[in-house]
Design a protein around this ligand. Structure first.
Ligand code: UDX
Length: 442
């Protein structure tokens, strides 16, 4: 099948590359010429494990191409996938200007019947808008069908998620469109759920909002566990045995970040407001997350009478491991607050430092390794659960830090490991380990 994908962010590029991998003829379109030139060389604009290898393979096979010229991209397309960004507006709603621009250019350049698929996360009703913009601006007498097809991939495991996802959702009431899209996805061998356009659009927001709710829920439970001396990890494990609940997304930590959950939860509150529904539960989820992102600061203030003048090693900056994405990362909130408290922050992340420099306060100092950061610091924080931190020899902290104290925002270690390493250890929703190996209840 001949497929054009507009937008080469996480969703667009990964989708395009994976469709090429299953032998479709794919052309990816982006307005950024430099990005196109790089991608033609197999250089990905985003960090995503395994992506560049698949790009190179499919470029060489001849079924993955790139262009910045829309007319060229749309020339032969049977399916056009819209995967441009829908950034958050100041009021929390989704900005649809890029979607509208793509719809206009489709209207201008298509010369044959085509199915337009919206993969970008868009408010309910947007596909109607896309169809209308196309119809209003169409230059040729062709038949354009519009369908919704939300994306559920996660950054850092985007390729695996595409090939081994839980479901593919197709929103259209046109049987022929549905069967062509089913054919397009057939090689992935995944369950396909077909529904109407509005429900399909809603599935994406409801899914992300539900996952965010699970995280804020366990974080609240975690905060209560800390006060009671319970262990949130055991609580989550015990809950997870219940199939109705499931263990996934019950890891307590310093809240969710990234390009989707914060944006989509705000957007759903807006969407609900648009139909005069106050989505109180989701507003609380957002509020809990805002507090959770700065919880390590509260812990530091409770631990040190006066943290001013102390140096802290901040391990991990990206919003989660295996990505260099800094969008809505807790590290940003934390660094700002720690510096306001008069502390010196020495930060390290395996790959997100360049992106972090554009977001974190200027006063932050960057190290080339966790060892380098730790050796110059009084105590340490773990903000992102990168494997290299999880595999760290905790005993070394006694040697490297002035005070062997670790605040672990992602529960990277068992309490046993921390005890054996002879360090003071404060984690999320679990009893703290004090230096005399006494278990203290916060
Ligand atoms: C998410 C959705 O999972 C994906 O389906 C959607 O398409 C895009 O949004 P992503 O943002 O890439 O994907 O990351 P994800 O792995 O879902 O994590 C999001 C945030 O939640 C991270 O900050 C992560 O640290 C946090 N999280 C996740 C928790 O705090 N606890 C958990 O148990 C799980």
């Amino acid at each position: 099948m001949k497929i054009a994908v507009v937008g080469t962010g996480y969703v667009g590029l990964v989708t395009g590359v994976c469709l090429a991998e299953v032998n479709h003829d794919v052309i990816c379109i982006d307005t950024d010429l430099q990005k196109i030139k790089n991608m033609e060389q197999g250089i990905s604009p985003i960090y995503e494990p395994g992506l560049e290898e698949l790009m190179v393979k499919n470029i060489n096979k001849g079924n993955l191409k790139f262009t910045n010229i829309h007319v060229e991209g749309f020339k032969n397309a049977e399916v056009i996938i819209i995967a441009v960004g829908t950034p958050q507006m100041p009021d929390g709603s989704a900005n649809l200007q890029y979607i509208e621009a793509v719809a206009k250019s489709i209207a201008e350049y298509v010369t044959k019947d085509v199915i337009v698929v919206t993969k970008s996360t868009v408010p309910v009703g947007t596909n109607d808008f896309v169809r209308q913009v196309i119809l209003d601006n169409l230059k040729c007498d062709v038949n354009v069908k519009v369908a919704s097809n939300p994306e559920f991939l996660r950054e850092g495991s985007a390729i695996v998620d595409t090939f081994q996802g839980d479901r593919i959702v197709i929103g259209t009431q046109d049987e022929e469109t549905a069967s062509i899209l089913e054919m397009m996805y057939e090689p992935f061998g995944l369950p396909i759920f077909k529904t109407d356009i509005y429900s399909s659009e809603m599935i994406k927001y409801a899914s992300n909002a539900f996952l965010a709710t699970k995280i804020s829920f366990i974080n609240e439970v975690s905060n209560i566990c800390e006060k009671l001396g319970a262990n949130v990890e055991d609580v989550a494990n015990g809950m997870g045995f219940d199939n109705r609940i499931g263990r996934a997304f019950l890891n307590a930590g310093i809240g969710y970040g990234g390009s989707c959950f914060p944006k989509d939860t705000h957007a759903l509150v807006q969407i609900a407001g648009g139909v005069h529904h106050d989505f109180e539960l989701l507003k609380s989820v957002i509020e809990v997350n805002n507090k959770q992102q700065r919880l390590l600061v509260d812990k530091i203030k409770a631990r040190f009478e006066n943290p001013e003048g102390k140096t802290v090693a901040m391990l991990g900056l990206a919003f989660k491991p295996n990505t260099d994405d800094m969008r809505e990362a807790a590290s940003s909130v934390l660094a700002r607050e720690l510096i306001q408290l008069g502390m010196k922050v020495i930060a390290y992340d395996p790959i997100a430092i360049e992106n972090a420099k554009t977001q974190l306060p200027q006063q932050v100092i960057y190290a080339n390794s966790s060892e380098e950061a730790l050796k110059q610091s009084d105590f340490a924080l773990i903000v992102t659960e990168w494997d290299e931190f999880k595999q760290m020899d905790l005993g070394k902290l006694q040697e490297w830090l002035t005070e062997p104290i670790l605040f672990d925002g992602r529960n990277c270690f068992t309490l046993e490991q921390a005890k054996n390493a002879g360090i003071e250890y404060h984690s999320m929703g679990r009893p703290s380990i004090m230096l005399e190996n006494k278990v203290s209840i916060n």
